[in-house]
Design a protein around this ligand. Structure first.
Ligand code: RIB
Ligand code: CA
Length: 330
């Protein structure tokens, strides 16, 4: 049956978040109730401004709520960050800090303003009063949703499903054990994956199972719209940044390609057939600090009973995903 549930998209706009917003506003605008913003790829002031800039590029009409600028509790205990081997995510190059995601996206300063209400209170109030269950798409650190679920655990009764980009079973990025979104607020991620509603997780195992390169940017740019020009520029810029920072793709130190992480949560809502390997699993997130802080722990022992309704995606189909992208962006 066609899913017409309203959608709340939670982002930490950065490059792939911007791509996800573009796709959502192209293909799901009638369902897109709001965009909530959290810290993550950059501090909240940057992620909020970037979100407003992309929404404005796409014609506006979707309210944007600023949310958590810090994790729930992770940063309260500095000793927690010991012994971690971090990805070279930001480096000083020619005396300037260079990150994978720039502080500000190359778009005009936003004239749109965020809603006055805090994202967390918006989530609680909206879910408490929802007449129909709402779909949550979470593609940044889970601080907003984690706080909302702490404020009122029963709001998950009004959540139709949570589609998450986060975590890594075999694949990681920000540390030897963790993926960025789950690492940036492990407690919130753990709370989120234990919400009592259907959950689909796109970990790095899935989002890096297909990658996009210069030739894909050419196909997108050939669609010849302002948003496809911008999308193609984002893709090329991201690959260049990975090359500059030496963040190679998988096992070839000289291969630089973009995994469009957040985008797949939007594609999944439109047509899940590009997902070719998805498994129901018990999932937890470690928040013990040190080596494994933020690690997604996937239960692999088949004799352990399944507890929730959590599905973990492991493999995507590139041709199908690219075809969907070109259809949506056309
Ligand atoms: O690890 C990838 C995730 O972290 C993506 O959501 C990216 O936008 C960053 O937030
Ligand atoms: Ca993100």
């Amino acid at each position: 049956m066609q899913d017409n549930s309203k959608i709340i998209l939670d982002v930490d706009t950065g490059t792939d978040d911007a791509m996800a917003i573009i796709l959502a506003m192209r293909a799901l605008k009638d369902r897109l109730m709001a965009i909530t913003v959290t810290h993550g790829n950059q501090p909240l002031p940057c992620t909020l401004e970037n979100t407003l800039r992309v929404v404005e590029l796409m014609g506006g009409g979707v309210p944007v709520y600023g949310g958590m600028g810090v994790p729930m509790v992770q940063d309260l205990m500095p000793g927690r960050f010991g012994f971690q081997r971090h990805q070279r995510y930001t480096q000083d190059i020619d005396g300037k800090p260079v990150s994978v995601h720039d502080p500000y996206l190359p778009l005009p300063e936003a004239t749109l303003k965020p809603e006055p209400q805090h994202a967390v209170s918006f989530l609680v109030e909206t879910l408490r009063n929802a007449k129909e269950p709402i779909t949550i798409v979470a593609v940044g650190p889970a601080s907003n949703l984690g706080m909302a679920l702490r404020m009122d655990p029963d709001i998950d009764k009004s959540i139709k499903q949570i589609i998450i980009m986060g975590g890594g079973d075999r694949d990681v990025n920000i540390t030897s054990a963790a993926e960025m979104n789950f690492y940036k607020d492990p407690e919130a991620a753990h709370i989120m994956v234990h919400a009592r509603c259907p959950i689909v997780i796109f970990p790095l195992d899935a989002t890096t199972s297909i990658v996009f390169r210069e030739e894909d940017a050419g196909k997108i740019r050939a669609l010849n719209h302002p948003w496809t020009d911008f999308y193609a520029d984002l893709l090329l810029h991201f690959i260049e940044r990975l090359r500059l920072l030496g963040i190679a793709y998988k096992d070839d130190p000289n291969d630089f390609a973009m995994a469009m992480h957040d985008v797949f949560c939007i594609l999944y809502l439109l047509d899940p057939s590009f997902v070719v390997d998805i498994r129901r699993r018990n999932v937890d997130v470690d928040f013990g600090g040190n080596f494994c802080d933020g690690r997604m722990v996937v239960e692999s022992r088949v004799y352990i009973p399944l507890e929730g309704d959590v599905q973990v995606v492991y493999q995507l189909d590139k041709d199908k995903a690219m075809s969907m992208l070109l259809d949506i962006l056309a």
